[in-house]
Design a protein around this ligand. Structure first.
Ligand SMILES: Nc1ncnc2c1ncn2[C@@H]1O[C@H](COP(=O)(O)OP(=O)(O)O)[C@@H](O)[C@H]1O
Ligand SMILES: [Mg+2]
Length: 260
């Protein structure tokens, strides 16, 4: 099919990525509409983070097409790619805060780098964003190691939204958090996506989080999408991979003949 869907924000066509002789992404196809919030689910090690890194430009696909707003990434100049990067807000798996920078410096990193704000304005803006993610301004001069895991996730979220990006990418935003803190982070994610009117791509293991934050879900297994559907239908999917994933059963053990 060569149909071009003009309103699609991100489009992956026959995307491939291997590391050595290990195939990670095997002819992936995915369309994400503008304003859509999609969750990518799948077992550990299936390539969810690699997929996100292809989209944000940290990993180079081997072949296939990846376009954003209808523009093919591989055809972009370095300058165009740099400009595109500033339209992404990313919460990396594990938070990945800069240990040696204070909380406000972490949050305003993109503001200083990309938006060229001066330090005073960047700090003011960082403190304003801290209040949006319900972080007390009193920790603005603290270092990440001085904060709890839940507070660190708030900082990571604040950093992701600081530049008011069009596309938000969340890699396991609630992994390692207790259910109450997870809920708070999910609510903040929903609020941030709504306020920015952003397109959001989240990776999550947690089905209750997926149902909360995403409109649609795509399940990755052995390099391919094995199910796609709306988030509120996930428990009625009648797809063995999805059912096993929800029940915490390894798809590799339970579906040995699933691959030719
Ligand atoms: N830079 C890299 N070099 C080599 N192998 C990698 C690299 N990044 C990821 N991988 C491998 O790709 C596979 C998928 O990784 P990842 O996308 O992180 O999985 P997950 O679905 O848990 O996020 C893993 O086997 C991982 O070891
Ligand atoms: Mg990952």
């Amino acid at each position: 099919m060569n149909t071009i869907i003009p309103e699609s924000k991100i489009s992956l066509r026959n995307l491939n990525k291997s590391f050595g002789n290990k195939i990670i992404l095997n002819n992936i196809n995915l369309t994400i509409q503008k304003g859509e919030s999609i969750a990518i689910i799948g077992e550990s090690g299936t390539g969810k983070s690699v997929l996100l890194k292809c989209i944000i430009g940290l990993v180079q696909p081997d072949s296939g097409s990846l376009s954003i707003d209808g523009k093919e990434i591989s055809m972009m100049t370095h300058k165009e790619r740099t400009m595109l990067n500033s339209r992404f807000g990313v919460l990396f798996q594990g938070g990945a805060l800069f240990d040696s920078l204070t909380i406000w410096e972490n949050i305003s990193f993109g503001l200083l780098q990309e938006k060229k704000l001066n330090k005073k304005n960047a700090k003011e803006k960082a403190i304003q964003i801290m209040s949006e993610v319900e972080l007390d301004a009193s920790v603005s001069n603290s270092y990440p190691s001085e904060l709890s895991g839940g507070m660190q996730k708030r900082v990571a979220l604040a950093r992701a939204i600081a530049t008011e990006p069009e596309i938000l990418v969340f890699d396991e935003p609630t992994t390692g958090l207790d259910p109450i803190t997870s809920n708070v982070i999910n609510d903040l994610i929903i609020k941030s996506v709504r306020v920015l009117g952003a397109t959001a791509i989240s990776v999550s293991h947690d089905i209750s989080s997926v149902k909360k934050i995403a409109d649609s879900v795509a399940m990755l297994h052995e390099g391919r999408f094995v199910w796609q559907g709306s988030a509120d239908k996930i428990e009625k999917s009648q797809n063995d991979y999805v059912t096993n994933f929800i029940n915490g059963v390894s798809n590799n053990q339970s579906l040995p003949s699933s691959r030719p």
